[in-house]
Ligand binder design. Sequence first.
Ligand SMILES: [Zn+2]
Length: 186
Amino acid sequence: MSSISKIVQSYRPDLGPYISLYKHMHAHPELSHQEKETAATAHSRLSKLHDFTLYPNIGGHGLAAVLKNGAGPTVLLRADMDGLPVEEQTGLPYASTARMVDEADGVEKPVMHACGHDMHVTSLLAAAELLYGAKAEWSGTLVLVFQPAEEKGAGAQRMVDDGLYERVPVPDVVLGGHVMPYRSGG
Ligand SMILES: [Zn+2]
């Protein structure tokens, strides 16, 4: 087994609360540029990991967090937060019934996490807890970015234009994942 697999296995947090968090996120999606509660939930979770410095409200509801852990590279992990104006018809017990007035056009719309950003936010928070717990195993600087308005292709640029890199160090590596209907690792 690789040393990374060993570290993940040793420090993996209890995933039960993250299953609940995922269902909560799925049931409470927000439209692009209006991800206020999603960002607040991420902020509240990260504030329990005491060594992170948090930078909310960048480029709208964008949230960044920095964990400095000695010498080494700076790695940025990114999750997008917005849902889509889609009516959920999955019949899931935690299906979204949310509706929101879209500030872009003043029209009330159904909202659904139809693109998986609920999973992205949940996974990044779990990764943050794992990396926080495993601090003795790595050194460098970890930057987390919770990005608004990915669906409109605008949120990342807004965060940069609003001074993201005046608050957090410029990373050596950026990783942004997306869920896909394929086998893990495929
Ligand atoms: Zn997406």
